[in-house]
Design a protein around this ligand. Structure first.
Ligand code: NAP
Ligand code: MG
Length: 499
């Protein structure tokens, strides 16, 4: 394997974290090589160059990490700390993340490709806030006192941590998704083995370094970098793991469900989407077009909630198509480290080929490429923001998750809300939906009919720690964020006594 070229920060200083050879696994509070001694290369998608090597953990390392997490769970070194101390530690980790915002955002940009203007928030501020939000739940988790039918009995319930959690995460928002699982799991009193995506493992290792500095007891947080078909599979099959919290594709989500049957571990799944955007003729058209453009081109469309099917009321269809195409053409696409960049590269050559093959399929199915559709440059994995028209429900680009900066625009008649909802619900997914209209009754009636975990009206947010997030249908099981997010890491115990 060729030696990694040490990348430099935008300001010319080397990123210290990447110095010193291959990055190790973090197990039981210690840094360690993979049992196999193997490692794999990590690349910068803006250049295709290798930036680091990380240890390639597999089943043996997962065994060690799960054993450490089990010991830490069983000895109560985390769950039996006072709530105040646990809260303090989660808040301390949040502070560490925030005070390293420059390094973390640069690392995430280098590894994933997202613009620095995004990674400062997505990889640092937002994860820190997520930790603080969940820290706030720690002393508010409690059971109930049910009214028992017999006067001679008393009962109460306890909310207890589920145990050892395996967290398996994707590459599109690596730090935020990892923390989005760690924070509620730790708040609930669980211990965690995190397996980040092979394409973007660096911020998870950085997080482990910060957690070590904060002083989490050994085994409470473990990070095993490795491949899905080795480390990920071993974690999801492991008989001593009590729950898998997974974010990723629907296809792998189904494999996780199968793997979990061995010990019937709990599974929560945040999966893919093919989210519809509805723009009605009475909407603020400029605002709606800008919102739709942001919703598909942010993170180069590699977003589970990307609004990838654009339905526009017939009378304003051409106007919106032109507006969103103008947004696409105006976007500054480039390396994430350039301050002018608005859209970075796709994460890998494989992802670039995948998205381009969808565009080719659309062309041969009869779609019109209104703007974009081509690769930019040859060094990194850059694609033009792409707007397709003349698409319809029979096409793969309208049914399948592309996970790239590609939007399919289609006109609709506003006569029948039930029919509009039927079109919106016409995929196997149900993650998110977007409605743009000035009419409150239209917005709320349609919101009710859509089978989606989040409905956002006129630019409403979904990324908020207090707002439950997850999918209907094949977009997932369970909800993250809010009270429900913590509860997925808890078991309920009923205690009864005869008086
Ligand atoms: P992916 O291929 O499903 O991988 C997700 C994670 O699962 C990675 O860590 C992967 O490891 C691991 N994995 C792969 N095969 C596995 C197996 N057999 N057993 C256990 N783990 C396995 O997804 P991705 O390509 O990284 O991410 C894109 C997908 O994530 C999209 O579908 C997107 O919609 C979805 N996503 C959903 C949300 C949400 O909240 N709903 C958020 C972000 C992304 P390797 O990478 O090492 O193979
Ligand atoms: Mg990378």
């Amino acid at each position: 394997m060729s030696a990694a070229v040490l990348p430099t920060q935008p300001f010319g200083r080397p990123l210290e974290f990447l110095a010193g050879g291959s990055k190790q696994l973090y197990i039981d509070g210690q840094w360690t090589e993979a049992c196999s001694g193997e490692s794999f290369a990590v690349h910068d998608p803006a250049t295709g160059r290798q930036i680091a090597t990380v240890a390639s953990g597999d089943a043996a390392d997962i065994d060690a990490a799960v054993a450490a997490a089990r010991r830490a769970f069983d000895n109560g070194s985390w769950s039996e700390l006072t709530p105040a101390l646990r809260r303090k530690m989660l808040n301390a980790l949040a502070d560490e993340i925030e005070s390293h915002v420059d390094e973390i955002s640069q690392l995430e940009t280098l590894d994933n490709g997202m613009p620095l203007s995004v990674s400062g928030w997505l990889a640092s501020t937002a994860p820190a806030e997520c930790l603080r939000y969940n820290a706030g739940w720690i002393d508010k988790i409690h059971g109930d006192t049910p009214v028992v039918s017999s006067p001679n009995h008393h009962a109460y319930t306890l909310k207890e941590p589920i145990g050892v959690v395996g967290a398996i995460t994707p590459w599109n928002a690596p730090m935020l998704v990892a923390v989005g699982k760690l924070a509620p799991a730790l708040a609930a009193g669980c211990t965690v083995v995190l397996k980040p995506a092979e394409l973007t493992p660096l911020s998870a290792l950085y997080l482990a370094q910060l957690a070590h500095k904060v002083g989490f007891p050994p085994g409470v947080i473990n990070v095993v970098t490795g491949f899905g078909h080795t480390a990920g599979k071993a974690l999801s099959e492991h008989p001593d793991v009590d729950k898998i919290a997974f974010t990723g594709s629907t296809a792998v989500g189904k494999q996780i469900v199968h793997a979990a049957t061995g010990n019937l571990k709990r599974v929560s799944l945040e999966l893919g989407g093919k989210s519809p955007v509805f723009i009605f003729a009475d909407a603020d058209v400029e605002q709606a077009a800008a919102g739709a453009a942001a919703g598909i081109f942010a993170l180069a469309g590699q977003v589970c909630v990307a609004g990838s099917r654009l339905y526009v009321e017939k009378s304003i269809f051409e106007r919106v198509l032109e507006a969103i195409s103008a947004h696409a053409r105006a976007l500054r696409v480039g390396p994430g480290k350039d301050s002018q960049t608005q859209m970075g590269p796709l994460v890998s050559d494989r992802q670039l080929s995948r998205v381009m093959s969808y565009i080719e399929t659309a062309r041969s199915d009869g779609a019109e490429v209104v703007t974009g559709g081509g690769r930019l440059g040859t060094a990194g994995f850059f694609l033009q923001p792409t707007v397709l028209a003349q698409t319809n429900r029979t096409m793969r680009v309208v049914q399948e998750e592309i996970f790239g900066p590609v939007i399919c625009a289609m006109p609709f008649d506003a006569d029948e809300l039930a029919e509009i909802a039927r079109v919106g619900n016409d995929t196997t997914y149900g993650l998110s939906a977007y409605i743009w209209t000035q009419k409150l009754s239209t917005a709320h009636k349609l919101a009710k009919k859509l089978r989606a975990g989040t409905v956002r009206i006129n630019g409403g947010t979904s990324l908020d720690n207090a707002i439950p997030f997850g999918g209907y249908k094949q977009s997932g099981w369970g909800r993250e964020n809010g009270r429900e997010g913590v509860e997925t890491f808890l078991e309920t115990k009923a205690v009864t006594i005869q008086l």
